[in-house]
Design a binder for this molecule. Structure first.
Ligand code: NAG
Ligand code: NAG
Length: 453
């Protein structure tokens, strides 16, 4: 576990004064609390609390940030994986038809930006699992896994563990299945995840999230991985297809959850995941949740337009339109770092933005519209228009600053254009300090401002 002292010094150097103050206050609390025992914001989840959503490179995460000089470079590094993810999202098809995947060389770090504490088995084994709203299945590395890191789930030490064979109904819902027609033997499957792949068998055991125990949860027990994008301690799928948390928890969560992602800069803070209808915001603006039968895991919404300042950007309607036949449209995703629009849409938004801010403009990583921070006061707000809901992004959610603090950049980019359908992805950076509510029973997505940290 990290201690306060383990924060890289360069990271501290680039944090703003407010955060440093927060940090000093926190370490003061920590010091005085340890004197009369027990206050550590990273100790285990209180049973009655919402589930804590931990930024993967935050203080309460066991994962080390890539070695870069500043957090913006960490963001740029993370965002450099977005094109792979967007390609993966836009090629996700219904169950069974995809098996294994092209394998790329190992990358330095994982896709998946937020983790939650989950325990598997009896007695419980703690795993920091990546939260992924665009996947259904859960999977974890199991003991003996080839190519996995040290933390694995040990089926042998759990008294509630069970194997599943090819004949069980859950097995037919897995992508990349390798069961033979006769339907006996272990339910083995191979799957791709972004630019990596893994081999696993479907098994079951108790899954515990905060105080909730879901018995006989079916998940993949990974025996081998290739590529560097497989989350080191597994993944929890919050998608809407079969085998997702919502599907396997039955009436426990009534098809409802929400999350609030903390600010990107808040190394010391976490957000929350509320599962089930209890405690959700009572009044929240909503937009219809759309279903695409070819991509049953994804949360589609109807993005009808984008405004930059007071200007509604002229966009050809067919570039935004939801099309269940091609998969085109707009999704809300928890694993892409910066919002990606199909290229002509992004270019139109960017050009209007540039018109209203003073150049010259330069590039920084994925960001092609960086300008001198002094002109930030001219920066127009970005409003995403959804059916029945306009979301005006706070500046923190539309601009990002260079580590030297001299540049501000429009924190969005074009989607890779070599994909087979026009998919726009509303990503993490644009979701900071918002509560996003997914109600799969009433088919709506709610969005409300909330300080999640
Ligand atoms: C799954 O991957 C393993 C290891 O790479 C390989 O031996 C096996 O043939 C693959 N199975 C399928 C169905 O692709
Ligand atoms: C999305 O919004 C547009 C514009 O209001 C409307 O014409 C279209 O029918 C909507 N699509 C869906 C799937 O609701």
């Amino acid at each position: 576990m990290h201690t306060t002292a383990s924060a890289p010094p360069s990271f501290l150097a680039t944090m703003d004064a407010k955060l440093i103050t927060a940090l000093l206050v926190l370490s003061a609390i920590y010091t005085s609390a340890t004197a009369n025992t027990a206050f550590d914001p990273c100790t285990s989840q209180r049973d009655d609390a919402d589930l804590t959503v931990i930024p993967i490179y935050g203080k309460c995460s066991p994962f080390d940030a890539p070695k870069t000089e500043s957090w913006i470079n960490t963001v740029i590094d993370m965002a450099s994986k977005d094109p792979e993810r967007v390609k993966y999202l836009s090629t996700l098809v219904s169950q069974k038809s995809v098996s294994s995947a092209p394998i790329a060389s190992g990358q330095a770090f994982n896709i998946g930006n937020y983790v939650v504490r989950a325990t598997l088995g009896t007695p419980g084994q703690l795993m920091f699992m990546v939260l992924d709203t665009s996947s259904d299945e859960a999977w974890v590395p199991c003991s003996g896994c080839l190519g996995c890191s040290a933390t694995t789930f040990s089926p042998k030490t759990s008294i509630t563990y069970g194997s599943l064979d090819c004949s069980v109904p859950q097995c037919s819902q897995v992508r990349g299945l390798s069961c033979t027609a006769t339907g006996t033997g272990a339910c083995s499957f191979n799957q791709s995840y972004a630019d990596s792949s893994f081999s696993a068998t479907l098994v079951q055991d108790s899954l515990k999230l905060a105080a909730d125990v879901i018995p006989n949860y079916a998940f993949g027990c990974i025996s081998a991985i290739s590529g560097g994008s497989i989350p080191a301690q597994g993944l929890l799928g919050l998608g809407r297809g079969p085998l997702s948390l919502l599907s396997q928890s039955g009436s426990l969560y009534s098809g409802v959850f929400s999350y609030c992602l903390p600010s990107f800069k808040s190394y010391y803070f976490s957000g929350s995941l509320k599962l089930g209808p209890v405690g959700q915001p009572k009044s929240i603006r909503t937009t219809p949740l759309l279903r695409n039968p070819h991509r049953p895991s994804l949360y589609y919404v109807n993005l009808t337009g984008v405004s930059v300042g007071r200007t509604l950007v002229p966009l050809p309607g067919d570039l935004l339109a939801f099309n269940p036949n091609t998969g085109a449209g707009t999704i809300i995703d928890s694993g892409t770092v910066i919002t990606r629009f199909v290229e002509p849409v992004y270019n139109a938004i960017r050009d209007e933005f540039r018109k209203q801010v003073k150049g010259p403009f330069s590039s920084l990583g994925a960001f092609d519209t960086c300008f001198i921070k002094t002109y930030e006061t001219l920066a127009p707000t970005i409003t995403l228009h959804f059916t029945g809901l306009d979301l005006t992004l706070p500046l923190e959610n539309s601009l990002i600053h260079s580590s030297s603090g001299t540049l501000a950049c429009l924190a969005m980019a074009a989607a890779p254009n070599n994909v087979n359908s026009a998919l726009n992805v509303i990503a993490n950076l644009q979701q900071q300090n918002l509560r996003i509510l997914f109600d799969t029973v009433n088919n709506r997505v709610g969005i409300a401002r909330e300080l999640c940290n």
